[in-house]
Design a protein around this ligand. Structure first.
Ligand SMILES: Nc1ncnc2c1ncn2[C@@H]1O[C@H](COP(=O)(O)OP(=O)(O)OP(=O)(O)O)[C@@H](O)[C@H]1O
Ligand SMILES: [Mg+2]
Length: 511
């Protein structure tokens, strides 16, 4: 026992007076505590600690010896914690939202293993994801629920977003919950990645060699296939998302749509064939197409960079998109990487992510209910704010997926440093949030927008260090502050041993 209940309310939380022999330094913001009511157990998080005194006079004549201090403590000087309750359990272990308050003097203690299991390990597919900040017990997230809604990992650079994502994705693949389609901006989710110290660490393809396929837009020894996208598979709408990079105006978009109307599927090939034509030739072609000649010239100029992309090809061969869709359909996850000259190319990342995701959207809309039930796809995008900013709103496929695709069993998993730049409407569609260390006030505000008790959670967030995360939303019964589990030997072994098709004897580092 650490103390007893002094005052409080359902909406404002509880003040707990600490016992005389409990040092406030033994407790931390974010600790998980339990109030033992007469009937119910109340589970909450410590979100503040304070020092108090009943008589200010003692500060004019402070105690000089430990014994004198002891004489004052508990009566004249004392400490309190502020405890925000989130759920309560009846004697049968049924959880419910807080509907009443425990009595005065109810005893308060830090949570134990049985409490954490009661709250976090409840049916579904519980997956060990981290430990409470000051304990070694396991916190679980329900992977099934996680895959049913959109999710997000937010945090500043170096806070541990990618490592946490790898842990979550490993859980989803190992338990065969969903097929993941990961647009892997920095090539970290395929066979291996380098950590901050430059050490090579295994990644999803190494853990689950048969359940993960790696595609790349350029040559990459770790990839299973190189991506080719035939010109005929590119729509003007695909290019629209890269409009900022291509300086592609709305006018160009309209012109592209007109060209496609005239030329059909061959529109892009036709457009590329116009490069190098003289103004007179272009004027004639514009007239025959019924488009403005200056607009056509601008469109040709703005799409020149696309004609230089090796993976866009004038071919009738099967598009990699179909292969990717077929893998996803058969329960295999796909990591799309960006190597060689396309490393760090925002244009290529956005274009490819957009083209493939648009096809998935189209395919799922035409599927029958029974087909859809069997499939669950999670689309992962990094630097999500660049896809989901407010100014891209209407035409943005990822916004549409976030808002409308849950009924088709397609959800979005966004990983981002700048949540304040994401369209608030999309943010409001995020079911479960993992919030790692954050500094910027506007980012912190946007993460908690519309979240009940957000101001209390903000206090906890401000106390987090790298690798620590707040976790709240649809797939956990209450918010929790956790230290993300160690991504190291134990985790690697566990994944390998439990991999549906992995080989536990294989050298994990592939060296
Ligand atoms: N759970 C963990 N177990 C072990 N090491 C970790 C863990 N989380 C983070 N780290 C260490 O911290 C480093 C940074 O983490 P990570 O790459 O996930 O950060 P990030 O938030 O994705 O950063 P960026 O925004 O730059 O991509 C890792 O390379 C790793 O060394
Ligand atoms: Mg990262």
């Amino acid at each position: 026992m650490i103390g007893f209940l002094k005052s409080g309310s359902v909406t404002e939380g509880f003040a707990v007076r600490l016992l005389r022999d409990v040092s406030p330094e033994s407790l931390k913001i974010g600790d998980f505590a339990v109030i033992e009511g007469r009937i119910y157990k109340f589970f909450g998080i410590i979100d503040d600690l304070r020092l108090l005194s009943s008589n200010e006079d003692v500060f004019f004549d402070p105690p000089e010896t430990p014994l004198q201090k002891l004489a004052l403590s508990g009566s004249i000087i004392y400490s309190e914690i502020q405890l925000s309750p989130y759920v309560m359990a009846d004697p049968d272990g049924n959880l419910m939202s807080i509907k009443t308050v425990p009595e005065h003097f109810s005893s308060v203690r830090l949570a134990e293993n049985r409490d954490i299991e009661l709250v976090f390990k409840r049916g579904g597919k519980p997956f060990f994801i981290g430990t409470p900040l000051t304990m070694d017990e396991h916190i679980y997230v329900d992977l099934e629920k996680l895959s049913m809604r959109n999710n997000a990992i937010f945090g500043i650079t170096g806070s541990g977003k990618t490592v946490l994502a790898k842990i979550v994705f490993s859980g989803l693949i190992r338990n065969e919950i969903a097929s993941l389609l990961i647009f892997d901006m920095h090539n970290e989710y395929g066979r291996s990645s380098k950590n901050e110290e430059g050490r090579v660490e295994p990644s999803l393809k190494t853990f689950f060699p048969k359940n993960v396929k790696v595609f790349d837009v350029a040559h990459n020894p770790d990839a299973d296939s190189i991506i080719t996208i035939p010109y005929v598979d590119v729509d003007p709408e695909d290019i629209a998302l890269t409009s900022e990079i291509l300086h592609y105006s709305e006018k160009s978009e309209e012109t592209a749509l007109l060209v496609r109307r005239r030329k059909g599927k061959e529109w892009l090939k036709f457009l590329f064939s116009l490069q190098g034509k003289t103004d007179e030739e272009l004027a004639e072609i514009s007239e025959s197409l019924g488009v403005n000649s200056a607009s056509l010239s601008a469109l040709i100029r703005h799409t020149t960079r696309l004609s230089e992309l090796d993976f866009l090809q004038d071919t009738m061969e099967e598009s990699s998109i179909n292969q990717i869709l077929n893998y996803l359909k058969s329960g295999i996850s796909v990591v799309v990487q960006f190597s060689g000259k396309y490393k760090n190319s925002a244009l290529v990342y956005f274009l490819v992510a957009n083209i493939i995701s648009r096809r998935i959207h189209g395919k799922h809309e035409s599927m029958s209910d029974s087909e859809l039930k069997r499939l669950r796809t999670v689309i992962v995008i990094e630097e999500a704010h660049k896809f989901l900013s407010t100014n891209l709103k209407e035409r943005n496929i990822f916004g549409i997926i976030a808002r409308e695709m849950r009924k088709f069993n397609v959800t979005l998993f966004i990983i981002d440093q700048r949540p304040s730049e994401i369209d608030p409407e999309v943010l409001s569609q995020v079911g479960t949030r993992f919030v790692l260390q954050m500094m910027d006030e506007s980012d912190i505000d946007s993460v908690f927008q519309g979240v009940g008790g957000g101001s209390r959670l903000k206090k906890i967030l401000r106390s987090l260090q790298a690798r620590e995360s707040l976790l709240f939303g649809f797939s956990v019964p209450m918010p929790v502050a956790m230290r993300v589990r160690e991504f190291g030997e134990d985790f690697f072994k566990e994944m390998q041993l439990n991999s549906p098709h992995g080989d536990p004897n294989k050298d994990l580092y592939g060296e």
